[in-house]
Ligand binder design. Structure first.
Ligand code: SF4
Length: 656
């Protein structure tokens, strides 16, 4: 079927123009894909690349003009704005599902069941000053301005609403369902920020989701024409929600920069002083932002009340984009019952915290300024509040050896005082300006060789129990920023290749969750079994329920926590729970995130979640508990109400 152009509106950018060979070409590629799918042919990435190349050749154009990332937004725009033209393509719902599968970018992004958005808080001092920690004064402590989420934050003046809008726009244009969102808030230590700022930041995250703050294709710098100024695209107000336009104008009026040149000039002297060791990060950041009228004026409206937050939360319960997980990042010494009560009121469900090591000698050598006992206390408190615990663990810190690292990690995974639910496991990398540079130059620290590093990470992965998920193995540092240490972005693949080979050779099997996730595979309900794994922590008995298939792939899981009566009684004054109350700390069902109401063979639609919750009720009841709490995200409250839970303080609760 050869297409004859009929309209003069640029269907990718939405701008009026003459008949464009590029638009003609994109439509032809879509029609070619549809024709192949109708014939039952498989259109994989290679086939798509061939279609793109063939079209570029036919139209004598640049193949970048037909890049995969442009095709889906083009399709979506035609469907939305030119219904007659779209109707002429005769796309049935089944065909569309197949087409989206072909055009979707980075399918893994939503393969865990939810789409994830990472946002960054504004630069702020940290209560600690660890030797290895980067000192980029344009960022909150430990982040670098050229990490992807950080660059996005700077372009959006660290505004939470704008960051969510940018990401939501990109995700939907890449073809991901965005009805279930996990928001990850990163930036040093959450509880070090003023209470008003914490409440405002989270309120704005909810507001952006509730406002459906998605811009059109014309405003997406990722889809700029070859040679087009991305800054100009970002500054454009065409096809941009009103809330976004208003906020951008406000930051412009305040004089907060968002372009690279001005940002670099603003921070240059302070950064030079920090790198030269003349100033500590905390001093530099306090002076730099404290003396800036623009930042001081911005801070005046960066606060909100709990009433406004709760209003946005209620709206989100039934919004199009629901927050099904909210994660904040903090240090163990900032964990207190008071801090956790506020964090819970904000709607948070998971806490990320930097542990790095459970060896006091290593903590001291790296000037972490914390004791192992305080770390253990923070784990207890987080579990008692029902939070999912995401620990950061580092290898190759100052003073470590490969063998000591393996022992250290095994302790984190197996000792009842620790046992996180999720872990970011990554090697220490030397970043310009970190105080570790002096140890490197003096020969006190050296990066592990690639072999040593992989050997440690392989051992650590094998030591990770079935209830724990290794979410990452590297930081998002660019190789230009790394002075010494691993520069391979595919480190995890190298480790997993070694592990997979080990399994084929009859070696030990990997138990950690991410390695076993069903991902984008179809799920056969008949092949699933519900397995329970119990383990004791210092203040709870945990029961990890998981749906696994015959290949041990995981399709869903639930974390049931049965608190020790003695612990709860001892801390009765500070805890929001009473003796006799069990807690569901997490329910996660996998499968490609599909929009609410869409049919699919994903695990989310097979009733796996409900069965997990019912089993948890039975187990808690037979263990003698009278109530079962669930630490629900705001966007999943409706789901639990549907299952018979009722709102109760910081949780939803069911009488057993
Ligand atoms: S606590 Fe975290 S952010 Fe603060 S200095 Fe240490 S590593 Fe950096």
């Amino acid at each position: 079927m050869r297409y004859v152009p009929r309209c003069t509106k640029d269907a990718e950018t939405g701008r009026m123009s003459g008949i464009s060979p590029r638009i003609e070409g994109m439509e032809q590629i879509i029609l070619d894909i549809l024709a192949a799918l109708r014939c039952g042919e498989k259109v994989d990435n290679d086939a798509l690349v061939r279609l793109v190349h063939a079209q570029a050749k036919r139209s004598g154009g640049d193949k970048r003009a037909f890049a995969k990332r442009r095709l889906l937004p083009f399709y979506q725009r035609v469907k939305r704005e030119e219904p007659e033209r779209w109707a002429s393509w005769r796309v049935t719902p089944e065909l569309e599902e197949q087409l989206l599968r072909v055009l979707r970018m980075k399918p893994r992004r939503s393969a865990s069941g939810v789409a994830t958005i990472t946002v960054i808080t504004k630069p702020w001092p940290c209560g600690s000053d660890c030797r290895y920690c980067p000192n980029d004064v344009r960022m909150p402590k430990s982040y670098l301005h050229d990490e992807p989420a950080c660059a996005r934050a700077e372009q959006n003046c660290f505004d939470p609403y704008l960051q969510v809008s940018t990401r939501l726009t990109a995700l939907s244009q890449m073809g991901h369902a965005t009805d279930k969102i996990e928001l990850i808030v990163l930036g040093g230590t959450w509880s070090d920020y003023p209470r008003g700022y914490q409440i405002w930041f989270i309120t704005e995250l909810f507001r952006a989701l509730n406002d459906d703050a998605i811009s059109g294709v014309a405003a997406n710098p990722m889809l700029a024409e070859p040679g087009q100024d991305k800054g100009a695209v970002l500054a454009s107000t065409e096809d941009v929600p009103e809330g976004v336009v208003r906020r951008r104008a406000r930051y412009r009026d305040l004089g907060i920069p968002s372009d690279e040149e001005t940002l670099a000039a603003f921070a240059r002297d302070a950064q030079r002083a920090v790198d030269a060791g003349e100033l500590r990060y905390n001093q530099a950041v306090t002076e730099l932002y404290g003396s800036s009228n623009a930042w001081a004026n911005a801070a005046r409206y960066q606060h909100a009340t709990l009433e406004e937050l709760e209003r946005q939360q209620r709206l989100n319960e039934t919004a199009r984009h629901r927050m099904v997980g909210l994660v904040i990042e903090t240090r163990p010494d900032a964990i207190s019952a008071e801090a956790l009560t506020l964090i819970r009121r904000l709607g948070c469900t998971k806490v990320q915290m930097g542990i790095q090591s459970t060896d006091q000698r290593i903590l001291d050598a790296n000037e972490r300024r914390i004791s192992v006992a305080r770390i253990a206390e923070s784990f207890d408190l987080l579990r008692a509040f029902g939070f999912k615990i995401h620990a950061h663990a580092m290898v190759n810190l100052l003073g470590a050896t490969p063998e000591a690292d393996k022992r250290d990690y095994a302790r984190l995974m197996t000792e009842p005082s620790f046992q996180p639910d999720e872990v970011k496991l990554y090697p220490c990398a030397l970043i310009e300006g970190a105080r570790l540079c002096r140890d490197f130059e003096a020969g006190r620290w050296r990066p592990y060789t690639e072999d040593e590093l992989i050997d440690v990470l392989v051992a650590d992965t094998l030591a990770t129990p079935a209830f724990c998920r290794i979410s990452r193995m590297i930081r998002d540092f660019s190789s230009d920023d790394i002075k010494a240490g691993n520069k391979k972005p595919n480190l995890r693949q190298l480790v997993e290749a070694r592990l997979a080979q080990g399994e084929r050779d009859g070696g030990p099997r990997v138990r950690e969750i991410r390695f076993r996730e069903v991902g984008t595979h179809a799920i056969d309900r008949e092949d699933l079994r519900l397995k329970a794994l119990s383990y004791a922590t210092s203040n709870t008995q945990e029961c990890f329920l998981q749906w696994v298939d015959s290949q041990n792939r995981i399709s869903g899981f639930l974390r049931l926590s049965l608190p020790d009566r003695a612990y709860v009684e001892q801390h009765a004054r500070e805890l929001p729970v009473a003796p006799g109350e069990a807690m569901i700390r997490e329910v996660h069902v996998y499968g490609m995130a599909t929009a609410v109401g869409e049919e699919g063979r994903a695990a989310q639609h097979l009733g796996l979640g409900r069965a997990l919750v019912e089993r948890a009720c039975e187990l808690a009841c037979s263990a003698g508990y009278s109530y079962l709490n669930v630490i629900s995200a705001v966007g999943t409250r409706e789901y639990y109400r549907h299952l018979g839970f009722v709102d109760h303080g910081l949780y939803l609760r069911k009488e057993l």
